[in-house]
Design a protein around this ligand. Sequence first.
Ligand code: DX5
Ligand code: ZN
Length: 211
Amino acid sequence: MKKNSRFLSPSLLSADFSDLTSAFKFIEEKGSSFVHVDVMDGHFVPQVSYGQPVISSIRKCTKLPFDVHLMIERPENSIVSYIESGADFVTFHIEATCHADRCVQLVHDAGKKAGIALCPATPLSAVEELLPFVDIVLVMSVNPGWGGQKLIPYTIEKIRKLADIQREKNFKYLISVDGGINQETLEDVLEAGTDIVVSGSSFFRGNLEWK
Ligand code: DX5
Ligand code: ZN
């Protein structure tokens, strides 16, 4: 994962699960770098999506890395099992654990990339100590839990601040943005300094042109 490249990570949440073969074909044809896999536990967010058995099963559908976004409480209890299921990057929420450093270490000990995610209203100061160590910082640009929402404009400022910190301190993390990315908002988030663009509903509707 190199800086100064831009990566598309389509969110499977908006795929047609009755025809995953076509969904993965579409993902690969559109120049995607990763597949974004949203895990929801019905506690951190109200809905339940899929977990380890489903991830293991769909792992064989593509060679693209799995960018797993854990929207689950107490990720320290199951983070290793998501790696065993096939996650290449594991991103957990700072709001979901008081053991964030342990989570990062567990992911790194398994030789994988660790990401930290922030809900829209969570300030960057909440993850300040971790910034030198993480591989990805995921800025939620909508409230987590559902696809198809509108981007919350103030989150773009958070991307910009993260990009400034990264430049000033020479940190290696990539900035990922998740939620409400469509053709109109894409330019704004890229201009602010996003490295990884997650897109679900617009991508699968065929409304996101990626160059
Ligand atoms: C929302 C998920 C997202 C979601 C994005 O909680 O984390 O990855 O699938 O969907 P869109 O692009 O439709 O906002
Ligand atoms: Zn996500």
